[in-house]
Design a protein around this ligand. Sequence first.
Ligand SMILES: [Cu+2]
Length: 473
Amino acid sequence: MPLFSGQASAQVRHLYLAATDGYHHLPDHNVYGITPATLATAPYRKVYMRGFCDDVDGTQAVPGCANMPAPIIDVTQGDDVFVHLRNIGNANPYAPADPHTIHLHGMELTTQNDGFNETAFEVPDTPGQNTAVYYFKAQKPGTYMWHCHVEASEHITLGMYGAMVIRPRRATFNSVYGGNYLDRFDKEYLMVLTDVDTRSRDFIQLAAAPAGSPAEAELLRRFDKNSNGTLEPEEQYNFTDFKANWWMVNGRAFPDTLLPVTPAATTAACNNGTGRSLVVSDTGDFEGCNPPASGPLSGFLTGSNNATSYAALVDANYNDNVLMRLINIGYTEVPWHAHGWHFTRVGKDANPIDPTNQKQEYTVHIGSGETHDMITRFKDLRTTGGYASNSMISNQGSGLNEIAGAWGVYGIDPAAHDNNLDVQWYPMHSHNDYFVTNNGAYPGGMAVLVRATTAPPPAASTTRQRGSAPRRR
Ligand SMILES: [Cu+2]
């Protein structure tokens, strides 16, 4: 992750985003019993989504390329930012064509640029009318989110959201708010917390199916409880019945939260230039441009600072100050909990907190629609206590070794982590353990791992390791 502290002078930025649909994949399993050998065939749920992707110059995106979360808007205080939205419709012929907007959540701007379609405009997929430009002056540094605000109960949980960062205009050090609030940091991570009820996705995907089509048959099989051939109102999915069955950090459920993000060439993997064709089946199923396994692309957006990504495995050197920008865009408050260290909240909702009011916390409550800037100093735990003498347990747990080995996140021999105070692994997760499940299986869901060490972290591996050395006892 590059260090970055904002451009020295203001810029005029043009950011191009396209709205469309796609699929993402969620691990339909927990981690126990998964080995490097069986990971390749572990079950995943392929889930329909709506979302955004990088449109580069306003011409590159193709239907089906939606990423989740959407690309990161990463700009610097003082910038004039023009966000171009192009509604390119769906790849899925059975999904209803909807207008979309961009709501710049938390930004102080005119209502015309606020993206709430009932007080401003919306952007249909009608050719000739399907583009619009939102403008804002980047003013208050901090952490924000952005999302579509059309039928928000649907479009947000369908995947139409992304992170947004405004950086202070400093060129000599990294800080959240300019450096006067104990807000300097060495590394930063984004954690976008969300939930999904996959029944809502299935219903949206199938709801516009033509009479007699295979998609209609599938819709009726899943939702027509009394089998009378039509969907009564009480049989239709209603978002007040929302009951999440997966919880995600940056569009991924644990253990996929540990995977490295794919490189920055988001649109290159999706656009017309590759000649890649989208295969659409007669139930509206198709292969979009999301990675085949699971999870987000890097989140980079052409024209943004791109100083951070959606990587969620926290790789810290001892004595680093690590910033975690926590963004809750799910339906439910999240009690976000760190093992081993405390957070210091230096800002909330893009407002700094005076150092005299900053507290050390090990669980922070992140409400829906809130952003919290938490800094943790990963102090060197080697000086605060070793193992209990003659401890029976001197390794870091067979479960962790299985996970990290199978997901290829060590980068080096997992056995080297046992009996070793130089490398410390900890979970960081929703303390509502209901959220730490995948379709009912624990552990999964809204959890990441922290790897704190004395040494620089290994270069991120883009391929999963196969095989691991036997553990030392
Ligand atoms: Cu929308």
